[in-house]
Design a binder for this molecule. Structure first.
Ligand SMILES: NC(=O)c1ccc[n+]([C@@H]2O[C@H](COP(=O)([O-])OP(=O)(O)OC[C@H]3O[C@@H](n4cnc5c(N)ncnc54)[C@H](O)[C@@H]3O)[C@@H](O)[C@H]2O)c1
Ligand SMILES: [Zn+2]
Ligand SMILES: [Zn+2]
Length: 384
């Protein structure tokens, strides 16, 4: 019996409980345990999804340890799956649809109204609160009914089933490989969007990308799509530098192998770059990235910095070059528009993000986290 049928036939259909399993984190910095859980049936604007694959993003790593989260919690914000049931108010998503879940947004603030949901005024509550922002409730429980916070990024996708919202659920074509599409919802969208939507790199521009993890390498592929003339990648990991070259970088720099990173990047471009993107969150690297800019150049940064970090940029230096610096969230993407675009690029062979993916069994989630922290996996995907 499908879950949708079970929901209809369940004697307690009011509560409509769905049984599943989730990787629960019960203490900060702890390990995940796969547990039996119950999910409520979707509310009016909610969607029940059976998860098929989910990516691990560096932000999950930060939220497992350093960033304060309400425990117990289910993380995971790069889910892909098949819709099992929808609430009565859902109009654009149907049972059976293949979907990717992205970040959530309120839909009511001025930035949501102007199709800039990644700058939603309620972004923090909608994504990092891990509960429904409206009433603080959660759709998941374990054991004898203990609440488990399961609305991380409006999804909590380290689970067999999740409850998302129409606002953060994007229908994708069935010919694309659903199992690995989840990372389009965050890491890949952030890297590609930073180049195409935020920095608006165009033909003949020179780009420097600092850090070649999943975000930086997605930026490399996007810079190639944008027909940048120079794509210079700075990355200490040799395997990642090699992959960057295969994906379209025109030059790579090992920051530990050169005396002056700024000079090396300038030499690899036309005396500097028109656009720079930092994905490391390391203040000194952001300072170097700024120094590589040509007049009127733009620096964007997306990496999570240490909490007390300040920008190491000299204001006079900025003024005399008319250079800009801005933080970008989720590559300025409107997921509803941008994710289908990314799927098309993939199907056309222009965004081969499958090259970044390493598959793990759901049960091996702790190993996937260890591998991402150690730099052994660029984009782990848990297959569920
Ligand atoms: N702003 C957003 O919307 C958003 C969205 C997704 C991810 N993120 C953040 O973006 C960052 C990148 O994510 P990721 O998944 O690619 O992480 P990652 O850890 O895989 O990538 C970072 C890369 O930087 C490299 N690096 C380390 N020191 C360096 C140096 N001195 N110079 C150059 N490179 C150096 C690392 O070797 C690594 O390859 C993370 O901090 C993540 O939390 C932000
Ligand atoms: Zn909003
Ligand atoms: Zn992420």
């Amino acid at each position: 019996m499908s879950i949708a049928d079970a929901l209809r036939e369940s004697p307690g259909a009011e509560r409509g409980v769905v049984a599943g399993r989730a990787a629960v984190l019960s203490s900060p910095g702890g390990t995940f345990t796969i547990e039996d859980v119950s999910l409520q049936k979707p509310r009016r604007d909610e969607i029940l999804v059976r998860v098929v694959g989910v990516g691990v993003c560096h932000t999950d790593v930060v939220c497992r340890g350093d960033f304060p989260m309400p425990m117990p919690v289910v993380l995971g914000h790069e889910g892909a799956g098949i819709v099992e049931a929808v609430g009565s108010g859902v109009t654009h998503v149907r049972p059976g649809d293949h979907v990717v879940m992205s970040f959530d947004s309120c839909g009511a603030c001025p930035n949501c109204a102007r199709s800039a949901p990644s700058y939603c005024y309620n972004f923090m509550a909608s994504n990092f609160g891990a509960v429904r922002p409206g009433d603080g409730s959660t759709p998941m429980s374990r054991g004898g009914g203990e609440a488990v916070n399961a609305r991380f990024f409006g999804q909590s996708s380290f689970a067999t089933h999740l409850i998302a919202r129409e606002r953060n659920t994007v229908v994708v074509p069935k010919q694309a490989p659903l199992e690995i599409l989840g990372p389009l919802g965050c890491g890949i969208q952030t890297g590609a969007g930073s180049i195409l939507n935020s920095l608006k790199v165009g033909r003949g521009d020179a780009v420097a990308i600092f850090g070649a993890g999943a975000v930086g390498l997605s930026a490399v592929m996007a810079a190639r799509i944008a027909e940048a003339s120079h794509v210079v990648v700075v990355e200490p990991n040799a395997a990642r530098r090699d992959l960057a070259l295969e994906l379209g970088a025109t030059a790579v720099v090992d920051p530990r192998g050169v005396e002056d990173v700024v000079a090396a990047v300038k030499a690899a471009g036309p005396g500097g770059v028109t656009h720079a993107l930092d994905t490391t969150g390391i203040p000194a690297v952001i300072g170097n990235a700024f120094q590589t800019l040509l007049p009127n150049g733009q620096l964007g940064f997306v990496g999570m910095p240490p909490p007390d970090a300040m920008l190491p940029v000299n204001i006079m230096d900025m003024l005399v070059r008319g250079a800009g610096v801005k933080a970008y969230t989720e590559g300025d993407s409107d997921p509803e528009v941008f994710i289908p675009q990314l799927v098309n690029y993939y199907l056309e062979g222009r965004l081969p993000f499958d090259r970044l993916v390493k598959r793990y069994r759901f049960e091996d989630i702790n190993e996937a986290f260890d591998d991402t922290v150690a730099g052994r996996a660029i984009k782990p995907v848990l297959v569920i």
